[in-house]
Design a protein around this ligand. Structure first.
Ligand code: GDP
Ligand code: MG
Length: 240
């Protein structure tokens, strides 16, 4: 079975994207609202409690997924970045599903609004990179709400897609009065991004069918689903 995990900061457009793909919703095990009410917790504490409960019930989740064989799974994840840590509950749930043969990839959404500000974009790039490294699964990075992107800012959208030279962004930061003193730090941060050389982004506008299809196609390639439709991988190799 194949599927995608839709992740990214709150408000980045995860639920909108997921609802464009499917109209099914499962909140059978536990909900944040219920936990907030019953245990008198705030939204973040309740979310942590829910993820811990899900982790304790990962066999239940696996069974639910297996009951729907031949279904493509789309999981709308919470946006709190603290959930995406190595060996954390979500990480354990994903490893559990992978072990059972479910091939997942992550679609990481970031709001393209942040491209208009180099400091914000650097922080988006760092958190995207951190998720790639900690979650240890194929990841497609999306710049959501591309229809709202305006290139009146620093660079056009193409620059952010391939991120050829993040040090260009730190040049902008160094020009901001008061930030000169952080020049070395900014340069070092940008060097982290370029030395990993893992980041690229794909724009997404959920109102545009082609844009949605393009992102789905990339996810299918990342989790291997597209290979199943084209037959055995060895056929592909031998036919070249
Ligand atoms: N213009 C535009 N707005 C979008 C797009 N995707 C999501 N939004 C809006 O962004 C807001 C947050 O989206 P939501 O899906 O709730 O974000 P989530 O917190 O990541 O699940 C909502 O008001 C959506 O209507 C998009 O592609 N274009
Ligand atoms: Mg949401």
């Amino acid at each position: 079975m194949y599927g995608v995990l839709v992740i990214g900061a709150p408000g980045s457009g995860k639920s909108t994207f997921v609802s464009g793909l499917s109209d099914m919703f499962t909140q059978e095990l536990i909900t944040v609202e219920e936990v907030m009410d019953r245990l008198d917790l705030g939204p973040n504490g309740a979310l942590k409690y829910c993820i811990e409960t899900l982790c304790e019930n990962k066999d239940w989740l696996l069974q639910k997924i297996m009951d729907n064989k031949d279904t493509y799974i789309v999981i709308d994840c919470p946006g709190q970045v603290e959930l995406y840590k190595s060996e954390g509950e979500l990480w354990k749930v994903i490893r559990h599903l992978e072990k059972a043969g479910i091939r997942l990839c992550a679609l990481h959404l970031s709001d393209s609004l942040y491209c208009n500000d180099p400091a914000k974009f650097i922080s988006v790039a760092l958190s995207t990179l951190a998720t790639m490294v900690t979650m240890e699964m194929p990841q497609v990075n999306i710049l959501s709400k591309a229809d709202l992107f305006s290139d009146a800012g620093t660079f056009d959208l193409e620059f952010f897609q391939w991120l050829p030279d993040p040090s260009k962004l730190s040049d902008f930061l160094n020009d901001v009065p008061g930030l000169e003193q952080y020049k070395k730090l900014n340069t070092a941060i940008c060097e982290v991004i370029s030395s990993y050389d893992l980041l690229s982004f794909v724009p997404l506008n959920v109102q545009n069918k082609e844009s949605m299809l393009h992102v789905i196609h990339l996810a299918d390639r990342a989790n291997g689903f597209s290979l199943t439709e084209q037959g055995d991988l060895r056929d592909l190799v031998f036919n070249i």
